[in-house]
Design a protein around this ligand. Structure first.
Ligand SMILES: [Zn+2]
Length: 601
C-alpha cells in the first residue's frame, strides 16, 4: 500500500516503540485508570482530552477526534510521511532498514538541502571557533563569559570569520547553490554575483529544532555592532515563534523535574546547563508566543519565568506570565538579585545558589503582579493608593483557592495597614458579582474534561439504536476474540454502516492471519483517516467484560433488523413507484413513513 518496506519490519518497528513512551516525548501524560491522559497536541485545549492506551498501543483525542497508532502519531505531529515515521522509529529502536528502501522522504528536496547546508555550516563555524586563528576572538569571548570547552562542544557554538567570502567559498565547494543560501539567510548578496556571510565577525549559537537539527543561527556582535543579536531570517524550517532554544536537549529534564525555567537569552541557557540545571529553554530574541507557551504546557505545568532584572526584562516577564497564565500554566516569576542577568548571577555564585536563591524563591504569579502593578500608582496620594487596592481586590476575587485568596488578602492588608476583614469583605463582594455574571454567561472555562466526556457519551446515546449496537459490538470484538468469532459467524460483514463494514473486513483478515487482535496493527492497515479515527474511538470506548450472551445477541438482532428493514424499505419504495392505483400507493406511502420513523429511533 504505502511502501516497499517489508511488513515484518513495519511490525517490528511498531512493536518495539511503545506508544506511551513515544507520545511522552511530546506530551506530558498522567495515568488515570488504564489510560494515560494529556493535553492534545493537535488542537488547543486547557483540560486534557487526549488519551493513550498502552495495552492497545493507540491514542485518541475526545476533543478533536484524532487517533491512531504510534506511526500515525508521528505522521501527524511531525508531518512525516509513512516512510519518515518508520525510519524515525526504526532509528529510535535501533532497527536497521535496508538503505535502498529508505529514500523517499516527505521533505522537499530543497528543505533537505537546506538542512544539510545548516549541518555543514554548524560544523564549519564550530571548527573555526575551536581551531582557527580567525576564531580567537570568539573563543576568548566565550571563555570570558565562563563557557567551558565541553559546553562549546555540546552546543556546537561557533564563530564566523571576518574574512567575508570564506563561508561562500566553503558552501560552494560543498555544491550548494547560492540561490538557496540567499533565500535561507545563510548568505547576503553583495553586488553582482558576490555574496557575503551576514554573520561575519560574530559568535554563533546554532538553533536546533526539537529533533536536534540546526535550522537557524543566533549571532552575537563582538565589537558593539548593531544589532547586538542577529538571527537567521525565517524560512520553511525555521519559525521563530514555534521554536524554543535548547528545547530538544531540555525536554526530558523538563519532564523529570516537572518544571521548566524560561530564559530570554542563549547565554543564560548555556550558563545554567553548564551549572547542571538542565530544564532550561529560551525564546529566540522575541516575546514569548502562544505557540511556544502551549508547547511548554504540553510537557509541564509549572513554568518559571527568569528574565533579566532590568525594566525591559520585568515588562517582558509580565507579558510572558500573563500569556502562560491564560493558557493554564502554573506560573512563577524569578527575580535575579543585584540587577544581574541570570548568566552573570550563575557565573558569580554558581548553580546551587542560583537554584536556592533565585529559582526556589521565585514569586508566585500574583505576588509578582502585585509588585509589577505598583509602578502605575503614586502611593503618596491617597486616591491612588485606594485605586491600587481596588485593582488588587479585583485580581484576587477570581482566584479559586480560598487559602491562596486569604494569603494575598493578608499581604494587601498588612502592606496598607488595613484590617484583614475589610479587605476580605471587598474580595467576597467582588466574587459575588463575578458569580452572578458567570451564571448569565456560561461561556467561561467550565468545560472540564469530564463534561466533554459525558457530552461525547450523550451524543452517542441519541444515535439510532443500530449504530450504537454496531459500535458496542465492535468495541467488544476488538477486545474479546470469542465475541469476534461469534459475530463473524452470525453476521459476517453485514453491518449497516459502510465504514464498519470496511473495518470488519480488515479485522477478520488480520485475525485469521495472526490469530490475535492487534488494534495498532489494524490501524496500520487502514489507509483512510476517517477509518483510523473510528477504530481508535471505538477501541477507547469502555467495554463491559461481563457482557452477557443475551446482550450480544440483542446487538446482533438490532443490527440484523435494521438491515432487513432497510431492504424491506427499498422494496416498498420500488413498489410505490410502480403502483398505478393511487389509494394503494398512498397505503404503501404510510407504511414507508412508519418504518422510517421506527428506523430513526
Ligand atoms: Zn485533539
Amino acid at each position: 500500500m504505502y511502501t516497499e518496506i517489508p511488513e515484518e519490519i513495519i511490525d517490528q518497528v511498531r512493536k518495539e516503540n511503545d506508544i506511551v513512551e513515544v507520545v511522552q516525548e511530546y506530551v506530558q501524560l498522567k495515568k488515570q485508570g488504564r489510560n494515560y491522559f494529556g493535553l492534545c497536541p493537535f488542537h488547543e485545549e486547557n483540560s486534557p482530552s487526549f488519551s493513550v492506551t498502552k495495552e492497545k498501543q493507540i491514542f485518541h483525542c475526545f476533543g478533536c477526534g484524532k487517533g491512531g497508532n504510534v506511526i500515525t502519531f508521528l505522521m501527524e505531529i511531525e508531518t512525516f510521511t509513512f516512510i519518515d515515521a518508520i525510519q524515525f522509529l526504526a532509528e529510535r529502536a535501533e532497527i536497521s532498514i535496508p538503505k535502498t528502501r529508505a529514500k523517499q522522504s516527505s521533505m522537499s528536496e530543497e528543505n533537505q538541502l537546506l538542512l544539510s547546508a545548516y549541518d555543514w555550516l554548524t560544523k564549519f563555524y564550530h571548527h573555526i571557533l575551536k581551531y582557527a586563528e580567525d576564531g580567537n576572538a570568539g573563543r576568548s569571548y566565550f571563555e570570558q563569559r565562563g563557557i567551558t570547552e565541553s559546553t562549546m562542544n555540546e552546543f556546537q557554538l561557533g564563530f564566523s570569520s571576518l574574512n567575508s567570502d570564506f563561508t561562500y567559498k566553503f558552501l560552494s565547494q560543498k555544491g550548494f547553490h547560492h540561490q538557496l543560501l540567499v533565500k535561507s539567510g545563510l548568505l547576503s548578496p553583495r553586488g553582482n554575483n558576490d555574496f557575503v556571510d551576514p554573520f561575519r565577525g560574530r559568535v554563533l549559537f546554532p538553533i536546533r529544532n526539537h529533533l536536534g537539527r540546526t535550522v537557524g543561527f543566533g549571532a552575537r556582535a563582538m565589537q558593539g555592532e548593531e544589532p547586538k543579536y542577529l538571527n537567521s531570517p525565517e524560512h520553511a524550517l525555521f519559525r521563530k515563534g514555534s521554536i524554543l532554544y535548547n528545547f530538544d536537549m531540555a525536554k526530558n529534564h523538563i519532564r523529570k523535574s516537572q518544571e521548566v525555567i524560561l530564559f530570554e537569552g542563549y547565554m543564560d541557557v548555556l550558563a545554567a546547563h553548564q551549572a547542571g540545571i538542565k530544564n532550561v529553554v529560551a525564546t529566540l530574541g522575541t516575546a514569548l508566543t502562544e505557540h511556544q507557551a502551549r508547547l511548554l504546557k504540553r510537557y509541564v505545568n509549572t513554568v518559571i519565568v527568569c528574565y533579566d532584572a532590568d525594566d525591559a526584562g520585568i515588562h517582558a516577564s509580565y507579558e510572558a506570565a500573563q500569556l502562560l497564565k491564560k493558557i493554564g500554566c502554573d506560573v512563577k516569576v524569578a527575580h535575579v538579585k543585584e540587577n544581574m542577568d541570570p548568566d552573570e548571577y550563575i557565573n558569580a555564585y554558581g548553580g546551587a545558589q542560583f537554584t536556592q536563591k533565585v529559582i526556589e524563591e521565585s514569586n508566585t504569579y500574583f505576588t509578582f503582579l502585585m509588585n509589577y502593578r505598583k509602578k502605575d500608582y503614586n502611593f503618596s496620594i491617597d486616591s491612588e493608593k485606594l485605586a491600587y487596592i481596588n485593582e488588587m481586590v479585583e485580581l484576587i476575587a477570581p482566584i479559586e483557592s480560598s487559602i491562596e485568596r486569604e494569603y494575598y488578602v493578608k499581604e494587601i492588608a498588612d502592606e496598607f495597614n488595613l484590617s484583614r476583614e475589610i479587605v476580605q469583605n471587598d474580595v467576597l463582594q467582588h466574587r459575588k458579582k463575578l458569580n452572578q455574571y458567570s451564571k448569565g454567561n456560561s461561556s467561561g472555562n467550565s468545560h472540564t474534561n469530564k463534561n466533554r466526556y459525558y457530552h461525547y457519551n450523550k451524543q452517542e446515546n441519541i444515535l439510532p439504536a443500530y449504530r450504537n449496537a454496531e459500535k458496542h459490538l465492535l468495541a467488544h470484538m476488538l477486545k474479546y476474540p470469542y465475541i469476534l468469532e461469534k459475530v463473524q459467524q452470525k453476521l459476517g460483514v453485514d453491518f449497516n454502516i459502510d465504514e464498519h463494514k470496511i473495518i470488519l473486513t480488515h479485522l477478520y483478515a488480520l485475525y485469521e492471519e495472526k490469530n490475535e487482535i492487534d488494534i495498532s496493527e489494524l490501524i496500520g492497515k487502514l489507509n483512510d483517516d476517517t477509518l483510523k479515527r473510528i477504530v481508535t474511538e471505538i477501541a477507547i470506548t469502555p467495554t463491559n467484560n461481563a457482557i452477557s450472551e443475551q446482550e450480544i445477541n440483542d446487538y446482533i438482532q438490532t443490527i440484523k433488523r435494521e438491515a432487513t428493514d432497510h431492504t424491506y424499505l427499498r422494496t416498498l419504495k420500488q413498489k410505490q413507484k410502480q403502483e398505478k392505483n393511487p389509494i394503494l400507493a398512498a397505503k404503501i406511502g404510510l407504511e414507508i413513513i412508519n418504518i422510517e420513523k421506527q428506523l430513526k429511533r
